[in-house]
Design a protein around this ligand. Structure first.
Ligand code: 5CA
Length: 445
């Protein structure tokens, strides 16, 4: 993409309404624009990041054997009356009437709708286990939407639902989700810690929240510092192997790690004092096992091997896809702007032309831009007729991890400059070597 042809409305001023750094930077970098309280348009740069996050979520869900699908944002109230949640959900549910005066709602979550699809189509234990998921917009009429996309009213969520014959199978699905979430966040360059949590209006006994440690987090968390040494890495997982998934769950959840809702001072006191930490965290996902709550309420049963009709065991599992865009910035920025991890960056590298209009420099930039594209990469070429300082400031603000700077002086010596956004370190090399290096970096992402 050529910057002169792109839509990147960066702001010079720091927007006064934004209280936290990710919100400020998303507005300044032209990623989002508020449409109304807690509701945002995703401008081209923000949309690219959202798609990258969503892509990783899809790949890891499919790897775990979960099946993608899509349900509507608007639902009829009838199903929610069957489950009893139409009244229970309260003011957070946006209720709408259609022209026939029928009660509709904008979906805050989809346990009812997926259970309805299941009960109408599945009748035998032979069709289990089954896990389906979607990535879809949700609406919760939060009393205090704030921090930009971190606590929106409309937000983009991955929500997955498992259907199993027995509790044991459903707990395997729970473990499988935990493992797939660990992989998902790590691929984005984030350390998300599973913490024992409270199940709230979704219900159920088993639930973990995934939290990223950040000063601006809304949740207070307590944990054993040993937990931050754990990494998932590139281990091979067979998601059908119950014992293997269980072992990973135990490895990542056996140390003390809880949100304030479930925090227990006496238990925490058993952690050696030097390892006790309290901090703030951003909740980027949550998994639940809730048994037969919804299947009993809605009559989602299957015939088991002995011919009995039994209610299926279920769980639901969410990832805050739009919230992650903000959380990633909270975890990756400096005074000059965003620093995208390679896995989610909107463009792979920036190309800066220091002497726009100089035919040799323009030619070298065009060749570099074409060579990067030929390697399957997406460069952003700053071909505007602007001062070098302004070009550097924009690149730093939008946070592309790699920048190639091309100017007449370097070209005289046959070199361009490759700079890492994270370390600020630069290295001179031939344009071909710069292309090779960038391609090599992304080959492993
Ligand atoms: N049905 C379950 C799992 S699918 C569910 O709704 N879980 S949830 O309530 O925990 O939401 C899942 C994730 O969505 C949360 O972990 C959080 O990351 C994100 N989320 C929840 N509310 C908001 C909000 N108002 N703005 C942005 N993201 C949100």
């Amino acid at each position: 993409m050529r910057l002169s042809r792109y839509f990147l409305p960066v702001l010079k001023e720091t927007p006064a309404e934004a209280q936290i750094v990710s919100h400020r930077l998303m507005l300044r970098a032209g990623m989002i624009k508020q449409a109304s309280a807690g509701i945002y348009s995703w401008l081209p740069l923000g949309f690219k990041v959202l798609r990258k996050i969503e892509g990783i979520v899809h790949e890891e869900q499919i790897r775990a054997g979960h099946i993608p699908m899509l349900m509507p944002t608007l639902q009829s109230a009838d199903l929610w009356r069957e489950s009893g949640r139409y009244d229970a959900y309260g003011a957070e549910m946006l209720r709408i009437k259609d022209r026939h005066e029928r009660d509709m709602l904008y979906t805050p979550t989809a346990e009812e709708l997926i259970t309805d699809i299941f009960r109408d189509n599945v009748s035998s234990y032979r069709d289990l286990p089954l896990t389906m998921y979607q990535v879809q917009w949700k609406f919760r009429d939060e009393i205090r939407p704030r921090f930009g996309v971190m606590r929106g009213r409309e937000f983009y969520m991955k929500d997955g639902y498992n259907f199993d014959l027995t509790k044991e199978d459903a707990l395997h699905a729970y473990n499988r989700h935990l493992v797939s979430y660990l992989r998902t966040y790590e691929r984005m360059g984030l350390q998300a810690i599973p913490m024992r949590a409270d199940s709230g209006p979704i219900g159920g006994d088993y639930t973990h929240e995934f939290l990223i440690l950040a000063e601006t987090g809304e949740s207070e968390v307590f944990y054993d510092s040993e937990i931050t040494d754990l990494t998932f890495g590139d281990r091979e997982i067979n998601y059908d192997d119950h014992a293997q998934c269980q072992a990973v769950l135990e490895e990542f959840t056996s140390r003390y790690a809880r949100t304030d809702e479930t925090h227990d001072e006496a238990e925490f006191g058993k952690v050696p004092e030097a390892r006790r930490r309290s901090a703030r965290g951003i909740e980027v996902g949550q998994i639940f096992y809730f048994g037969t709550t919804y299947s009993e309420a809605l009559g989602a049963t299957v015939q088991d091997a002995d011919g009995n009709q039994v209610a299926v065991h279920m769980g639901s599992h969410g990832i805050g896809v739009s919230r992650l865009a903000g959380a990633l910035i909270e975890a990756n920025h400096d005074d000059n702007g965003i620093i995208w991890p390679e896995g989610v960056t909107p463009f792979h590298a920036g190309v800066i032309n220091l002497r726009q209009g100089d035919s040799a420099t323009d030619g070298a930039c065009e060749a570099l831009y074409a060579a990067l594209k030929k390697r399957g990469l997406e460069p952003l070429y700053d071909d505007r007729d602007e001062r070098a300082g302004a070009k550097f400031a924009t690149m730093d603000l939008i946070g592309l991890p790699w920048r190639v700077t091309v100017g007449p002086r370097g070209l005289g010596n046959g070199v361009v400059e490759l700079t890492s956004r994270r370390t600020g370190e630069s290295e001179e090399m031939s344009p071909e070597a710069a292309v090779d290096r960038i391609a090599q970096i992304y080959a492993g992402v």
